[in-house]
Write a protein that binds this ligand. Structure first.
Ligand code: FAD
Length: 555
């Protein structure tokens, strides 16, 4: 994936996508696969905003049972399967254990019925997945003994057993988002990060071009297209106004979600009921749930849900957010013994406020999101706006959007092939066999090889080739157990990493569990400086920016 600003300036594209989150990139992949000439413009780095803020769940939507929304559930179940197929190295089944403390609607009997309904509704969840390791097993009831053994510290008093069911989890959501971009680029899509759309040039009700500020080179270009798609997530209402003004109104309402990473708690995901009532469901089972999921050797706590009225670019997780979440955990699950200083990292983002938000304050400000055709909204003939609400179903929405693009052009859409096409790195028949073979042939130990296989999948050999050609790249960054120096070079040369934070947070998994240590950051910055020709001042600035990620504002 090469950043080619000149090509963006020179050519006219069938589709120009604004926003390089998972929605923009998955749509670019589908559109490119169906033969369209596509450009993607991202103001920051690919996947840096909401797409890296998720709880990492690829979920089949068991929760929609409570809303009796079977159609939505079917879509989620199908998309979970497609994700397991498209990126078998990055998406893996995850077991959930739900402890119960009463009978009736909150009891194990009702849970068992729900799991049975889930199994029936998802009858075809494994069809087409040849790898048994990717199969989602049926749900089952669990004993008190199993709940207590598998969730250390779980309150024994009043426990009435529980239920176990499976969903799926992303090992590295940043690399999954990137995989859509890499796959789109392999089909001819021209994408650029640090390329901000500042205005749409409109003539006779049609956008002729997007004015784009190249935040790296400093110059301004015009990207011409026949159709423009606004996939800017929390910025979408702001972006839509760029047809009229370059100083859009910034009054947006979103829900703010915060998640914490801390020491591991259990080898299974489990839920903890909060004291906040869930007012939106039709079948009430009590308060809304927090989830604690095992993730890369740590525990991942999520997700808070509060109303956020600020501008998207001002979004920040604060010391207050973390302290409040820790205090709530101490109240509802004291066994976690979670203290502020145990939190190694925090992740959060903004969601569009929707009818299903479980926080009543958030739910009250309900909005409906859909594929908006601006020819009907405000007379702009060639602009579509889409706000995604769930990472899991991005492929499905992309399919619908590309369909709409062809129909808008008066053409019959060619068949969509994304559900049966592997993403970059996903060319793996059976993950266990693939891992065994990688370990057998790899020059590195099992820990490093496993890390490469999980992050890069079938493309792990590109890293090995770099290290073979230059032995100094075959070692890990100092202070990091797994991340190889070759990965830094690979990120710059093949994955459009331009800043230290791109490498630390989104190309490698060096910094996503917490501060990787000053020496690893320094070494990474030195490698980048050498490759990209940074002077000392630029290198120091990049280090300051990376360090800032780990400092919370007071709030
Ligand atoms: C706390 C939280 C937890 C979640 N957990 C889950 C989960 O476990 N599972 C799940 O399926 N979903 C989850 N979601 C939802 C999921 O993360 C989002 O639906 C999805 O990531 C949205 O992707 P996107 O591409 O629409 O938005 P984004 O990732 O925000 O991408 C939009 C992009 O547009 C860019 N942009 C904005 N303005 C411009 C401009 N003028 N020019 C160029 N680029 C621009 C931005 O920089 C940004 O990168 C969660 C969401 C939150 C907030």
């Amino acid at each position: 994936m090469i950043r080619n600003i000149k090509q963006l300036d020179d050519e006219t594209f069938d589709v120009v996508i604004v926003g390089g989150g998972v929605y923009g990139l998955s749509t670019a992949w589908d559109a490119s696969l169906r033969g369209l000439k596509v450009a993607v413009l991202e103001q920051s780095d690919f996947g840096k905003a909401t797409s890296s803020a998720s709880l990492k769940l690829v979920h089949g939507g068991l929760r929609y049972l409570q809303h009796l929304n079977f159609a939505r559930m079917r879509v989620s179940i199908g998309e979970r399967k497609h994700m397991l197929y498209m990126a078998p190295h990055l998406v893996h089944p995850l077991e959930f254990l739900i402890p119960c403390y009463s009978h009736g609607m909150k009891g194990p009997e009702a849970l068992q019925l729900a799991m049975l309904a889930n199994d029936v509704i998802s009858f075809d969840r494994n069809i087409g997945l040849d790898d048994p390791e990717k199969h989602i097993p049926i749900g089952r009831r669990t004993s008190n003994e199993e709940c207590l053994r598998r969730i250390p510290g779980l309150k024994q008093e009043g426990l009435k057993g529980g239920g176990s069911f499976y969903d799926a989890q992303m090992y590295n959501s940043e690399r999954l988002t990137l995989a859509f971009g890499l796959s789109a680029a392999a089909q001819g899509c021209v994408a650029a990060n640090y390329a901000r759309v500042t205005r749409f040039k409109v003539e006779h009700g049609r956008i002729q071009a997007a004015t784009v500020k190249d935040l790296i080179g400093g110059n301004e270009i015009e990207v011409r297209g026949k159709l423009f798609i606004n996939m800017t997530g929390p910025w979408s209402d702001i972006t839509a106004q760029l047809t009229k003004t370059d100083n859009p109104d910034r009054r947006v309402v979103r829900s703010k979600g915060v998640q914490l990473i801390a020491k591991p708690l259990a080898d299974v995901a489990f839920s903890i009921e909060s004291k906040q009532k869930d007012s939106t469901v039709l079948i009430k089972r009590g308060g809304r749930n927090y989830f604690v999921t095992p993730w890369r050797g740590k525990a991942f706590f999520g997700t808070t849900d509060t109303l956020y009225r600020g501008a998207p670019e001002d979004f920040a997780i604060t010391q207050k957010d973390v302290a409040e979440f820790v205090a709530e955990m101490a109240d509802i699950f004291p066994a976690a013994e979670l203290k502020y200083e145990d939190v190694s990292f925090w992740i959060g983002g903004m969601r569009p406020v929707g009818e299903e938000d479980s926080n009543p304050e958030v739910a009250k400000a309900a909005h409906k999101y859909e594929i908006v055709d601006h020819s009907r909204e405000d007379g702009i003939q060639n602009l579509l706006s889409i706000v995604g609400v769930k990472y899991t179903i991005c492929r499905h929405i992309a399919q619908r959007v590309v369909q709409a693009v062809f129909l808008k052009r008066g053409k019959t859409p060619p068949p969509c092939t994304t559900a049966t096409t592997r993403l970059a790195g996903g060319h793996i028949d059976r993950f266990d066999d693939f891992l065994r073979e990688a370990c057998r042939t790899s020059p590195w130990n099992e820990t490093i090889t496993r890390h490469l296989a999980l992050n890069y999948g079938s493309d792990w050999r590109s890293i090995a080739k770099l290290a073979e050609a230059d032995k100094s790249l075959a070692t890990t960054l100092s202070g990091s157990g797994e991340v190889l120096r070759a990965e830094v070079l690979h990120a710059i040369r093949n994955e459009m990493a331009l800043k230290l934070t791109d490498v630390v947070m989104r190309r490698t998994d060096l910094g996503t569990l917490g501060h990787p240590g000053r020496s690893a950051l320094e070494e990474c910055a030195t490698l980048m400086a050498r490759e990209l020709g940074w002077n000392d001042e630029k290198r120091a600035d990049e280090l300051t920016e990376a360090e800032a990620i780990y400092k919370l504002p007071p709030g």
